[in-house]
Design a protein around this ligand. Sequence first.
Ligand SMILES: [Zn+2]
Length: 181
Amino acid sequence: MTRQAPLIAELVNLATSHRRGGARTRCPQGEELVAAFAAAAGERVGMALRADPDAGPRLAELARELREALLADQAADQAARINAMIRRYGAQPYLVEDVGQPFHLHFHGAGDAHVEAMGGEFATALALIVDGYGPDRFGQCEAHQCDAVYIDLTRNGSRRYCGTACTARAKTAAYRSRRQT
Ligand SMILES: [Zn+2]
């Protein structure tokens, strides 16, 4: 399930992060959001999303729910939000055989539409990360002027930034402030 983590962060950051990497960003909406996320999600998911004329607002809603779950202050609140998403999207475990891959577990939501199917997958992925890694593996980037989220799957739980660019910026800033004292 951890393979979903980068996609979850990508969706949340595309749709809800207003400052990324030190600059203000305009969050895309509607078809623009679908196109941007489809580009990140790969061909199969991208095609399914683009075929759905109303995917944009539902994708934005899913992103908002995911962000609230990721950044919940209390573990109990976080668990309640994730559980609510699992229920709402009707996530169901079932085994799937993809071409060239052995059977593996999917947790698609109950609806036919791809946004809802993905909602089930994403909600279950968060639940499995909490179960496997503990409740402290989600956060907001600590670099200056960035409110992007991250999902930390490092062994020692050491992640603090949304990506390599913010890690580099934060290191440079720390170096400068050390030199000034
Ligand atoms: Zn960042």
